[in-house]
Design a protein around this ligand. Structure first.
Ligand code: PSU
Ligand code: MN
Length: 304
């Protein structure tokens, strides 16, 4: 069971470009009222890019492709909103819960609805210290088995980026640098980790995606876009703040699904709000590029 909002349903029927957006960043990633402004700005960025936005979440147990106004208001209020990864979808539906979907769960629902392109900020990945904690985001497993094109600024820099990149390779997930040769580090434009695939235009990404669907064995694909340079944090600044945020998390014994939201909030304190400004700017940028890619996918499908 899936509820597709009528405007999104019409766009899908007419083979128009559609871009999925996630809701965990609304309920667990950003504070109110910035989360509301950002949710609206992301939808607008997708529209300005010529595509139909579809913000995904589970409202009172119903997987919604396109949140309605009451659901969006509950989600920005954050109170009582579960964080749903793929494994949590069934329980949320059965228990009629409200739940914001992570990258993993959003990919799953987008694919069920027939949406191929999805924009987010940074995906989850291998956490630092995963050798002891075994904390590896389900986003990676989902990317290995669900054919959705995810536009992001790399994995969140609070993670172990080299390990995340290695695991993406193991899982058969192509990582495409959009106008760049290095994995972006979410808050910063570079990570020092080289990528093997680069694409410079939406049309080039569209061609790679269509070929990947033939040969990729059903996996997703990551398109990594560096944060806009004017809001990117210098790597050393970001890294120092991350170290402090990680040590606060350790002192407070934060574990499991709470780790990522805790670290994002701690980063905001450590950078006196700068990380938040970067996060929001890169989200908008990713939404806009995802829209251009969705448009290119439709154009290429029509050409073929
Ligand atoms: N990127 C952001 N803000 C976020 C997230 C990503 O800019 O809040 C969320 C995504 O929904 C991602 C999740 O799927 O964090 C990863 O959580 P975990 O590490 O618990 O899998
Ligand atoms: Mn985790």
């Amino acid at each position: 069971m899936l509820t597709i909002r009528p405007d999104i349903h019409a766009a899908l029927q007419e083979h128009k470009p559609v871009v999925a957006l996630e809701s965990t960043l609304i309920s667990h990633g950003l504070p109110y009222p910035l989360n509301l402004e950002t949710a609206q700005a992301l939808e607008q960025a997708v529209r300005d890019g010529g595509a139909q936005p579809a913000t995904i979440g589970v409202g009172h147990g119903v997987p919604m492709i396109g949140l309605d106004e009451p659901a969006l208001m509950r989600f920005v209020g954050r109170e009582g909103i579960r964080k749903l990864s793929r494994r949590d979808l069934g329980a949320a539906v059965a228990q009629a819960a409200d739940g914001a979907t992570t990258v993993a769960a959003t990919m799953a629902l987008a694919h069920l609805a027939g949406i191929a392109v999805f924009a987010t900020g940074g995906i989850g990945g291998v956490h630092r210290g995963a050798r002891e904690s075994w904390d590896v985001s389900a986003d990676l497993g989902e990317l290995s088995r669900t054919p959705v094109l995810v536009v992001c600024a790399g994995a969140k820099a609070i993670l172990d980026l080299p390990a995340t990149l290695e695991l993406l390779e193991t899982l058969g997930v192509p990582v495409v640098g959009y106008g760049c040769d290095e994995l972006p580090a979410f808050y910063s434009t570079t990570s020092g980790l080289p990528l093997t695939i680069r694409a410079n235009t939406p049309a080039e990404v569209a061609r790679i995606w269509h070929a990947h669907l033939q040969y990729g064995g059903g996996s997703g694909l990551l398109v990594c876009v560096p944060p806009p340079p004017e809001v990117a944090l210098p790597r050393a600044t970001a890294e120092a703040a991350i170290e402090r945020a990680l040590s606060t998390a350790k002192t407070n014994h934060i574990r499991g699904a709470a780790v990522t939201p805790f670290l994002l909030a701690a980063m905001e304190c450590e950078t006196t709000g700068e990380s938040l400004r970067t996060n929001i700017a890169l989200l908008r940028n990713n939404a806009s590029i995802a829209a251009q890619i969705a448009v290119a996918l439709v154009e290429e499908a029509t050409d073929a």
